[in-house]
Design a protein around this ligand. Structure first.
Ligand code: SAH
Length: 393
């Protein structure tokens, strides 16, 4: 018989509203002695069936739901989920050849990330329950996607909370020589799935990069936290006169330089390796000014506990960025931290604008690309904010 978990009275509402995580503290009783990673049926205190998920006694999150019906969690289950995820991308980004194929909770596969880079799949097993099913998941991915290679990048520190080691390596097929070239919005980017940040590229900004188009023709653009230059190269494609990118990672800066050249921009793209905070301060002291400033920092708030220092960090970066804009210029400012809520982020940018005495007009409020779907019942699945402002003349 399948093991089961019964929740404490009145602990089911969050789950009924669409959340997939059941904390240790929600569970009143476990029956059937499930082993770590086993599938368990979950019931409300009154006996109502809530769903089926995998169990991990060593994580704060005891169970993550995979389904709300009584179906076997086998290879064909994963195949159906992958096909459904693929169909969504085909609908919302039919021309994309590189995209996030599986976004964990957003695709009802908590703990699994799969990025498709042309014909290479890069997989992250973030939880014990997913890690335990790695073989059937890879089989299902190969069947659904016919990739050239499946490469694992489970070198994610949060795996330790699940009692898992960090892992990385080829799982299937033959990996093309790295770096390899991917296409996005008609442009080419060199990425390295074996050694780049995360899985090699930030796919979640794909639609925000496209949104630069109306604001950059003829502009001098500053791309802060530029990584491999994806925003900068888009700005050039959309008509920017010149871009300057800055990132503290030497590897990122070198790859940004190669990406500008790869797309034919040799005389209008400049990239420097520097700490963004120091760099922005220096620019402010010099009389360098820009028509567009892009700010895409790493997640300053990695948890709730880091909220206050993170808020100060975001505010400082935005203040400094705003000061470098010509009147009439545009600020494109992002936060990829779930722990920085959208309304709070908006507020802190306005505070920065007030401090800098740069009144703003809100042009667009954006989020993560549609290959990172947000489940309303799982607030944690929403993380990226991207606001576009114009500085009033
Ligand atoms: N804009 C990029 C993604 C940025 S990710 C894109 O569109 O793909 C955040 C980047 O910030 C990383 O490349 C990281 O190397 C860089 N970074 C982190 N801390 C930094 C700092 N203090 N100064 C400058 N860059 C930093």
């Amino acid at each position: 018989m399948m093991a089961s978990a019964t929740l404490k009275p009145r602990h089911e509402q969050r789950i009924l509203n669409g959340h997939l995580w059941i904390y240790q503290g929600n569970v009143a009783r476990l029956d059937g002695e499930p082993s770590p990673g086993d599938i368990v049926d979950v019931f409300a205190a009154d006996g109502e069936f809530l769903g089926r998920g995998y169990y991990n006694p060593h994580s704060q999150i005891a169970i993550r739901l995979l389904t709300r019906v009584k179906e076997p969690v086998d290879r064909s289950f994963f195949l159906r989920r992958i096909q459904r995820a693929r169909a969504w991308r085909a609908r919302v980004m039919p021309d994309a050849t590189s995209y996030r194929l599986i976004y964990s909770e957003g695709d009802l596969l908590p703990g699994l990330i799969v990025d498709r880079y042309e014909d290479v799949l890069v997989v992250q097993f973030l939880t014990l329950g997913m890690d335990a099913r790695r073989e059937i998941i890879v089989e299902a991915l190969v069947e659904a996607e016919s990739p050239r290679a499946v490469y694992e990048r489970s070198d994610v520190p949060s795996r330790r909370y699940e009692g898992l080691e960090l892992r990385q390596g080829l799982l299937w097929g033959e990996l093309p020589e790295q770096p390899m070239v991917i296409r996005e919005n008609g442009l080419s980017f060199e990425i390295d799935v074996t050694g780049g940040q995360k899985t090699g590229y930030f796919l979640d900004q794909k639609e925000n990069r496209r949104s630069l188009a109306p604001f950059v023709p003829g502009a001098r653009v500053l791309d802060v936290f530029c990584h491999n230059g994806a925003f900068a190269v888009h700005a050039l494609r959309y008509g920017a006169r010149e871009v300057l990118g800055v990132d503290s990672s030497e590897q990122a800066v070198q790859s940004a330089r190669r990406n500008a050249a790869l797309n034919g921009y040799t005389k209008s793209a400049w990239f420097v390796e520097a700490n963004a905070f120091d760099f922005l301060r220096e620019m402010d002291r010099s009389s360098e000014r820009f028509d567009v400033v892009i700010l895409d920092p790493p997640a300053f708030a990695k948890s709730k506990a880091h909220f206050e220092p993170a808020r100060r960090g975001y505010k400082e970066v935005n203040l400094r960025g705003l000061k470098l804009l010509h009147p009439g210029g545009f600020l494109v400012t992002c936060s990829c931290s779930h722990h920085m809520p959208a309304d709070e982020f908006y507020r802190l940018v306005l505070e920065a604008a007030n401090d800098a005495r740069r009144p703003l007009r809100l042009v667009e409020s954006r989020g993560q690309a549609k290959d990172h779907p947000i489940l309303t019942g799982v607030p944690e699945s929403a993380y990226l904010k991207c606001l576009i402002f114009q500085v009033l003349e």
